[in-house]
Design a protein around this ligand. Structure first.
Ligand SMILES: Cc1cc2nc3c(=O)[nH]c(=O)nc-3n(C[C@H](O)[C@H](O)[C@H](O)COP(=O)(O)OP(=O)(O)OC[C@H]3O[C@@H](n4cnc5c(N)ncnc54)[C@H](O)[C@@H]3O)c2cc1C
Ligand SMILES: NC(=O)c1ccc[n+]([C@@H]2O[C@H](COP(=O)([O-])OP(=O)(O)OC[C@H]3O[C@@H](n4cnc5c(N)ncnc54)[C@H](O)[C@@H]3O)[C@@H](O)[C@H]2O)c1
Length: 447
């Protein structure tokens, strides 16, 4: 990188979390689940299919075969790194700027980048049923789909995998001790999402759990302000958050400050830990644990490590964008929390194209800054949120105003017309100096 001599130290299975047990196998499972769901719900269009039969072994065979292809492709890039620049073993600091790798080799470096990822945290309360616990690291290794699964956590991971398993015929229930779903922030969209998902999933929010082992499987008890119950399951799928994988690094020897959770204190524009020559990138810094952010951070940390100490630079970061690939999808874009920002909305229940597709569920909320008329952020649960989320993120990053976005073309009949409805509503919430004079140009129905 940038002329520096580099050594890559890998302590586990190379091939990345994304390809091995994260983004790619989860999307492969979701693709199978979507195929089953479409076949099972086609009667709404007047199309009858023979009784649906899901071959769990064939589903898992395809998931693993395609997953292995993605892993192989990562490994090919890894193997293109000259052998002299790769070291296998778990790294730990023994002094600032000095690492021990595995049992033997010691490495001294002018700068060190920590990019050790994260791991699924299995709460200690499930120790008694440890034999029944699945995580994203073990689920995709299975040859068959499980018979029944209780999913702990309704964040992006629990919602994606829980819904996919349900659609593939696995008896599934999703539990969360909080009341949020898929990372949604606004109360009204979150409540609407919870209603939508609860209509098809056994979704239990705001409950505390207790698990007891059975001869085969486990019994799960749940209790919350409005509900209590128990049921037996073969497995628990833990989707209760991922923690930075920092423990093996012995960071107390690294000469850097740590926060209350043991994560290095660092600057998110440079990824540098204090004034040290240590940089931290990806899931292990617990900031934006997503693939495109981890890749950006790797580049920034690598460049700055090569230039350290005199040439360390602050790098601009992209507008936040997070997508959950559940159905309906969830997208969160930019700034959705600043007090004083105004919001415009659309409900997809009556949106033309969404009704055509029988996907008329959910809503979109756009946030704008009344001081300058700029689109600041968006939150959505609804059809094609992965695509609309991108459009909105690009608009936010380009600092587009709501008025300038309303001047863009909107084809008919499209889901984008729903975005226009929300933009119009947002424009109406802006002060007259920004909203007045806007002429609604309506070509055709829908939207
Ligand atoms: C089920 C699931 C679905 C996901 N879906 C998406 C998605 O759809 N879109 C998205 O953007 N993100 C998704 N993510 C998140 C995404 O996978 C991660 O943000 C990304 O893979 C993080 O990359 P990383 O390089 O930080 O970590 P990793 O890929 O985990 O790499 C860390 C590496 O460090 C090695 N290591 C750890 N400790 C040491 C040590 N002490 N010494 C030496 N080596 C060490 C590990 O072996 C590993 O190879 C998903 C995650 C999960 C779990
Ligand atoms: N599409 C995507 O980009 C995607 C998909 C899956 C995962 N991921 C990434 O993977 C990481 C992990 O995802 P996640 O959904 O596990 O994390 P999360 O922290 O977003 O959600 C975890 C959920 O588990 C709940 N929880 C924690 N302990 C619990 C307990 N004991 N009982 C009941 N509920 C409990 C929490 O209240 C929370 O809602 C995230 O960083 C996410 O960004 C991304």
């Amino acid at each position: 990188a940038d002329g520096a001599q580099v050594l890559l130290i890998e302590g586990g299975e190379p091939g990345t979390t994304c390809a091995r047990s994260g983004c790619m196998p989860s999307k492969l499972l979701i693709a199978a689940a979507t195929a089953a769901h479409c076949a099972g719900t086609s009667s709404v269009f007047g199309i009858q299919t023979a009784p649906l039969r899901i071959d769990g072994r064939a589903v898992m065979t395809r998931v693993r075969a395609e997953r292995d292809r993605f892993v192989r492709s990562v490994l090919q890039s890894y193997q293109r790194i000259p052998e002299s620049q790769r070291l296998v073993g778990t790294a730990q600091f023994i002094a600032p700027g000095r690492l021990q790798v595995g049992d033997g080799v010691q490495v001294t470096a002018k700068a060190i980048v920590i990019a050790t990822g994260a791991y699924s945290a299995v709460p200690a309360m499930f120790d008694a049923v440890a034999d029944c616990v699945l995580t994203h690291e073990t689920l995709f290794e299975r040859v068959m789909l499980p018979g029944s699964v209780a999913v702990v956590g309704a964040g992006p991971l629990g919602l994606e995998l829980g819904q996919a398993l349900h659609r593939l015929g696995v008896r599934t229930a999703i539990f969360d001790r909080g009341d949020r779903i898929g990372g949604l922030i606004s109360d009204d969209l979150n409540a609407s999402a919870a209603r939508i998902y609860a209509a098809s999933l056994n979704l239990r929010l705001g409950v505390e759990l207790q698990a007891e082992p059975l001869a085969a499987g486990l019994r799960l008890h749940w209790q919350g302000p409005q509900q209590r119950g128990s049921a037996d399951f073969e497995h628990l799928l833990i989707a209760a958050g991922r923690r930075p994988k920092l423990q093996p690094l012995a960071l107390h020897n690294a000469g850097i400050a740590l926060d209350a959770h043991g994560v290095p204190v660092y600057d998110r524009a440079t990824l540098r830990c204090g004034d040290s020559a240590v940089f931290i990138a990806g899931d292990c810094n617990h900031d934006r644990p997503l693939l495109h952010e981890a890749a950006d951070e790797g580049t920034i940390a690598g460049r700055n490590a090569a230039a350290c100490p005199s040439g360390v630079q602050a790098h601009p970061r992209r507008v936040p964008l997070a997508i959950t690939f559940s159905d309906p999808q969830i997208a969160i874009v930019g700034d959705v929390v600043t007090p004083g920002h105004v919001a415009g909305r659309v409900d997809f229940a009556d949106q033309g194209r969404a009704r055509v597709m029988n996907a008329n569920r959910g809503g979109l909320k756009l946030y704008g800054d009344p001081a300058d008329g700029r689109l600041a952020g968006a939150e959505m649960v609804g059809p094609a949120a992965e695509h609309l989320g991108h459009l909105l993120a690009w608009a936010v990053q380009q600092r587009q105003s709501v008025r300038s976005l309303l001047d863009m073309p909107f084809y008919h009949p499209t889901l984008e017309e729903g975005v226009r409805t929300a933009l119009r509503d947002l424009c109406a919430q802006m002060p007259p100096s920004i909203s007045s004079g806007y002429v609604q140009r309506v070509f055709g129905a829908g939207g």
